[in-house]
Design a protein around this ligand. Structure first.
Ligand code: UGA
Length: 445
């Protein structure tokens, strides 16, 4: 590392800690600032507020270069300040920028030139507004750069250290070069652009990823009607190098804290500018309906779901995270509870006890499936690959698996004595269900 800098991080959330830890790994000194005292106290003793593989190790390994503070004045030491605060959706579907503006209000006064870098996902045009605000406050010496993050939960450290590209949008070439220099040591194409284009790249990337998923989910739905298998179709289509295999897995739909928020923000941004982004409206609607498809599949086999016990396996919006934000599991479990089913859930790390009050969260998969008329795979945790076992079959009231992530092999699952329903795969005939007498079940409230 030849050109080590002091990097300030505003916001010790998931993006901020990954960014701070990885810049420290690259040899920079890092000051992480947050407004929540307990969070700073926990970080000082090496405790992470969420589950993210490899992040604890990175922070521990570089602890001598990382300082955590509640005091915004300490950020005056930083050469470059990364804004990593949340931008949740408002009631209108626009992004709420109040945390961004708070961060600006707390900018330390400084004689030397600092650069403010926006990592948070913001609407296109935010950079222009921030620039104007800085100028109006006499802070023309503060530079502004947009440097969006493309980190996925569960692989964030790897994504930071081995990115597909680094996008840097700046008003001044000199600022762009200084931010670029921070990443020296990382091999990746640099996309240098104006601020508005950098902001749009982030929104367009997430919008396109969700478009791919909703597209393959619609193909899956048609596959079911015409007797094709979406797994083979996705492979056959994805091998075309112009199309590629990624984000092409059919299932119960996308969730997480970013996709829903960012797609909605882009749709609203277009709408606010007088453009109706029809494609995104469909992408969002397909996803809403996709989460509910599981219910129809259960009804096909079980008839009315009132009084039936359903195991919901996997709660996190994807594996290797404990994040429940916008998780399809919450919609599916809530729909089942509304139908009057008794819902038993399982997840190895996520805890939905507060959000799904009527459901019983079990410690083990076996406990969750005991007495169940069906087991629904909602998150493709590795632990669920062994689901079609004799033990599980004997514990269930009816051996029916609805595989919302196409995790299992249909033939093997059927050979193990289960009726199997995937997404976009040839379906189980009704006759596959053994005639087991149904035990008495009571709806848990
Ligand atoms: C996503 C993007 O992948 C990151 O590039 C981006 O930086 C991040 O949002 C963000 O804006 O901060 P993340 O939300 O962590 O990352 O998770 P993904 O791995 O993208 O998965 C999102 C959802 O899509 C999950 O529910 C997953 O199960 C679903 N998915 C993904 C599918 O249903 N099919 C697929 O083929 C891929």
């Amino acid at each position: 590392m030849t050109d080590s800098r002091t990097v300030g991080i505003v916001g010790a959330g998931w993006v901020g800690l990954v960014t701070g830890g990885c810049f420290a790994e690259l040899g920079h000194d890092v000051i992480v600032r947050d407004i929540v005292g307990e969070r700073i106290d926990a970080l000082r003793v090496g405790r992470l507020p969420f589950h993210e593989p490899d992040l604890s190790d990175v922070l521990a390994r570089n602890s001598e270069r990382i300082r955590y503070t509640l005091d915004a004045a300490e950020l005056a030491e930083a050469d470059i300040l990364f804004v990593c605060v949340q931008t949740p959706p408002t009631y209108s579907g626009d992004a709420d920028l109040s945390y961004v503006w708070n961060a600006l209000d707390e900018l330390p006064s400084n004689q030397r030139r600092q650069i403010l870098v926006m990592k948070s996902t913001v609407p296109v045009g935010t950079g222009e507004k921030v620039r104007a605000t800085l100028d109006a406050r006499g802070l023309a010496n503060v530079g502004y750069v947009s440097n969006p993050e493309f980190l996925a939960e569960g692989t964030a450290v790897r994504d930071f250290m081995n990115p597909d590209r680094i996008v840097i949008g700046a008003f001044a070439g000199e600022d762009s070069a200084r931010v670029e220099a921070l990443y020296s040591g990382i091999e990746a194409p640099i996309v240098r652009t104006d601020v508005a284009s950098a902001e749009m790249i982030k929104l367009a990337a997430n919008a396109f990823l969700t478009t791919r998923i909703s597209f393959i989910n619609e193909i899956a739905n048609v596959c079911e009607l015409v007797g094709a298998d979406v797994e083979d179709v996705a492979r056959g289509v994805g091998l075309d190098h112009r199309l590629g295999p990624h984000f092409f897995r059919a299932g119960v739909g996308w969730g997480g804290s970013c996709f829903g928020k960012d797609v909605s923000a882009l749709k609203q941004l277009a709408g606010n500018s007088g453009y109706h982004f029809q494609l995104l409206a469909a992408v969002i609607e397909v996803n809403e309906l996709q989460k509910r498809k599981v219910i129809a599949k259960l009804e096909k086999h079980l008839g009315k779901l009132r009084g039936k016990t359903i195991a919901v396996l996997g709660l996190a919006f994807k594996p290797n995270t404990d994040d429940l934000r916008d998780a399809p599991s919450l919609v599916i479990a809530s729909r089942l509870l509304a139908e009057g089913s008794s819902v038993r859930t399982w997840d190895p790390v996520a805890n939905a006890r507060d959000r799904l009050k009527g459901a019983l969260q079990c410690e083990t998969v076996l406990d969750a499936v005991t007495g169940a008329h069906a087991a629904v795979i909602v998150t493709e945790w590795e632990e669920l690959r062994d689901l079609p076992s004799r033990e599980v079959r004997e514990a269930m009231a009816r051996p029916l698996i609805v595989d919302g992530r196409n995790l299992l092999d249909p033939e093997e699952t059927r050979a193990a004595g289960f009726a199997y329903e995937g997404i976009g795969r040839p379906t189980s005939p009704f006759a596959a269900l053994p005639e087991t007498p149904e035990p008495e079940t009571r709806v848990q409230r």
